[in-house]
Design a protein around this ligand. Structure first.
Ligand SMILES: CC(C)(COP(=O)(O)OP(=O)(O)OC[C@H]1O[C@@H](n2cnc3c(N)ncnc32)[C@H](O)[C@@H]1OP(=O)(O)O)[C@@H](O)C(=O)NCCC(=O)NCCS
Length: 96
C-alpha cells in the first residue's frame, strides 16, 4: 500500500496498491485499502486531509474493481500521458 501526499497540508492525497501475484483474487487489496483509508482520514484530519484519490490505467480492470469495492467512486477519465502512461486512466476518489 502507498499513501502519497504531494502537497503537505493540502486537501488531497493519493493511494496505491500492489499484491503478490499468488495472493490475488482473495480481496486482500480492498481490505488493506479500507484500513489505509480509515487510518489516513483519522491521522491527517486535523491537517486538512478531506479526499483520497486513486488512479489506474483504463485496461486495469482488477484495480478498477478494488476502487469500486472500497467506495472510491469514479470521477473522470484522465488522458494518456506517454511514455509513462500510454493509455487513458481513471480517477476515483473517496471523501472523508
Ligand atoms: C489490482 C490488485 C492490487 C488487486 O488486488 P487483489 O488483492 O487481487 O484484489 P481482489 O481480490 O479484490 O481482486 C480484484 C479483482 O481482480 C480480479 N481477479 C480475481 N482473481 C484474480 C487473480 N487470480 N489474478 C488476477 N486478478 C484477479 C477480479 O476482477 C477481481 O474483481 P472481483 O472481486 O470483482 O472479481 C492486483 O491485481 C495487483 O497487484 N495488480 C498489479 C499491480 C496493480 O495493477 N496495482 C494497481 C495500480 S493502479
Amino acid at each position: 500500500m502507498v499513501l502519497k501526499r504531494a502537497e503537505p497540508g493540502g486537501p488531497a492525497a493519493e493511494v496505491g496498491y500492489w499484491t503478490a501475484a499468488a495472493a490475488r483474487g482473495r480481496g486482500v487489496a480492498p481490505r488493506a485499502l479500507e484500513v489505509l483509508t480509515g487510518w489516513a482520514f483519522a491521522a491527517f484530519a486535523a491537517d486538512g486531509l478531506v479526499r483520497l484519490d486513486l488512479l489506474h490505467q483504463v485496461d486495469n480492470t482488477a484495480s478498477c474493481r478494488v476502487a469500486e469495492k472500497t467506495g472510491y467512486g469514479f470521477r473522470s477519465v484522465l488522458p494518456a500521458l506517454p511514455p509513462e502512461f500510454p493509455l487513458d486512466g481513471h480517477l476515483h476518489s473517496r471523501s472523508a
